[in-house]
Write a protein that binds this ligand. Sequence first.
Ligand code: GLU
Length: 482
Amino acid sequence: MNRTVRTRFAPSPTGFMHIGNLRTGLYAYLFARKNKGVFILRIEDTDRERKVDGAVEMVYRTLKIAGIDHDEGPDKDGGYGPYVQTERMGIYKQYAEKLVELGGAYYCFCDKERLESLKDGNGVHTYDKHCRNLDSAEVRRRLEAGEPYVIRQKVPEGTVSEYEDLVFGRISVESSDIEDGILLKSDGLPTYNFANVVDDHLMGITHVIRGTEYLSSTPKYNMIYDAFGWERPTYMHLPPIMKDATRKLSKRFGDANFEDFIAKGYLPEAIVNYIALLGWCPKDNREKMTMEEMTEAFDVDGISHSSSIFDETKMRWLNGEYLKAMSKEEFYNAALPWIEKAVDGKNYDRAELASLMQTRVDILGEIPEKLAFLNGYGEYDLSMYEHRKMKVDKSVALAAVRLAEEALSSLEDWSEDSIKECVVQGAERGGMKSGQVMFSMRVALTGEPVTPGGAIEMAVVLGKEESLARLAFSAQLLERNL
Ligand code: GLU
């Protein structure tokens, strides 16, 4: 019988979410959706020391913004809860004890000093199985006496544990290489090694999708499934995302934080699209895809075995493609907060500014800088007017700016076409090339060497009054400095 596919995303609230963490969630989501399955959110918060305030809220926020919606989770009960590990403490203890009964685990009473004495020259200790064969009467006596204990995995001896990873193929580990690790700590909290197995089983997870750091520990987890007599899930381990050839992205160093990119003015759908491609490629090599298209195209065969490097330039490019593909209105709505930042309460036509920006930015965060010229004007570097090829110098510029000012002062219809016509005709009358006038006018209007558009576009967005004031100011400035 085919079971309903159930996948999960199991973040630990130990910091923000970088692109690599989110990609794991995204693949688990896409796989579930593609297979008409169920996608579950589980919060793995047993590491109390590393827990960061606000990190759980950040997980919800991030998934929501990214459009990765879970079917079950702490906020959506699907009958497999609780979905927060610290709310499942009784469960782990009960299952650890059951595993002892089944012969897959044992009580260990070794104290710190004893474990210290097992350390090798590098300060690493491998547990020597000291308590593995204590007789049950002794165990009972020591438990009753209230001695502190942990529960350790009883790794079967002399075997090889194997499984077939959907991405990496056959993985096998000799049992002699697996330590009798701790499953339940002396404070009653489970280790990740135990909790992931119990939770995945009880939550009916059919496909475990997670980072390669767990690839080689998985045989050890499978031994726990086997000892319980539980069906093992299918595994898909994902190669890491690197920040360069040698370093992985890291939460600790603040790398590639999803929310930082949103704050910089990336669109969530562009980020999600980009990260989907970090380690997966659809059969037809398409790049720009909606969530529905990715769901449709998602297949395990397209997942790469090798790590990928996070390339912000590429993500920026893709974001620019998203912006260009938006309707005018969509872009206006997305860009408005950034435009407001730039105009700082002034009376410019926001829609005009939006249409100026749509093809000129890759991320919305570039808008305030590109529109900085809107915010007042003052003395600027007049060497900008020197343009040899166009035969413009300060005196030619002065004539051009005056000409533009005069021609435009009586213009009624302040639209792109009529401003253009007016300036071209003015240039003709004054015996100047229209290129010379346009160039000088653009500098005069903005006081900047690089502007998001030509003279006419700048005049349109500045409006008539402001344009004429700026032309007059520039003419005076040139005059004073000839
Ligand atoms: N809490 C683990 C992590 O954040 C999840 C590992 C898993 O998916 O099993 O790395």
